[in-house]
Unconditional design. Structure first.
Length: 237
């Protein structure tokens, strides 16, 4: 079992624990209103897909379209809200080392990875971020369809006011995005399974900095990633 790494205040008191989500996996956890957490890319370029739900009412999920509409922009960063399907703030971005994230694309899926080859060819995977996020939600007892995601560290643009263009992620090793929960929430984050322009040809893990004592359940549809009773990943990161 991989031990938790704790970040400390200057006075030495533990405030957060770091939990690793292996490549091609997802982790889910619950946070209270007012609690903060962060998503970190330990290696350059790795994209992470994030979703969230109001705890106790999963019909109120992160809404990508309302987040674009109510913020009035295609790219959100520090100070912006992630809105739910009722149009209420669900999460607030409190810090952002990278400053480039996507709220236009949905999560990758098994059929996308198999039927839409990249320069590396078809990945022929049993699933992508959608399937891994669903598995992580199931592990924490949330039976809900995976909504469209906030794709952290993904650089997407619209060219000539018409066409989508995904470019290399500018994320550097150690870049983090911090969030504050505006409501009690369940959050799930995946280390994106798609090789290609955004994350490159070498997939890597994602770290979660969560309130100390928070249980993170890690799950994957890929072989070689196991989950113990407390949600620790026992496969190769």
């Amino acid at each position: 079992m991989r031990p938790q790494r704790r970040r400390r205040r200057e006075d030495g008191s533990a405030v957060t624990a770091t939990r690793r989500v292996p490549k091609k996996s997802a982790g889910a956890f619950a946070v209270d209103a007012g609690a903060t957490f962060a998503v970190v890319t330990p290696e350059p370029r790795q994209v992470a897909d994030l979703i969230a739900f109001v705890r106790g009412d999963p019909s109120r999920a992160f809404a990508q379209s309302y987040t674009r509409d109510l913020n009035g922009k295609l790219r959100v960063s520090t100070g912006d809200h992630l809105y739910d399907t009722a149009g209420d703030p669900l999460l607030t971005i409190t810090g952002d080392d990278c400053g480039v994230h996507d709220i236009m694309f949905g999560p990758c899926t098994g059929w996308m990875l198999t039927d839409r080859p990249t320069g590396e060819g078809r990945q022929d995977e049993p699933g992508g971020c959608r399937e891994n996020l669903a598995a992580a939600l199931e592990a924490v007892g949330v039976d809900r369809t995976v909504p469209d995601t906030m794709n952290l560290f993904q650089k997407s643009t619209v060219t000539d006011q018409t066409y989508f263009d995904v470019r290399e992620s500018p994320a550097e090793a150690g870049d983090a995005v911090g969030f504050r929960a505006e409501k009690p929430a369940v959050v799930a984050v995946s280390a994106c399974s798609a090789k290609g322009v955004a994350s490159g040809t070498t997939l890597t893990p994602i770290d979660l900095r969560v309130p100390d004592g928070t249980a993170v359940r890690v799950a994957s549809v890929h072989d070689g990633v196991g989950v113990d009773e407390r949600g620790d990943a026992n496969g190769n990161p």
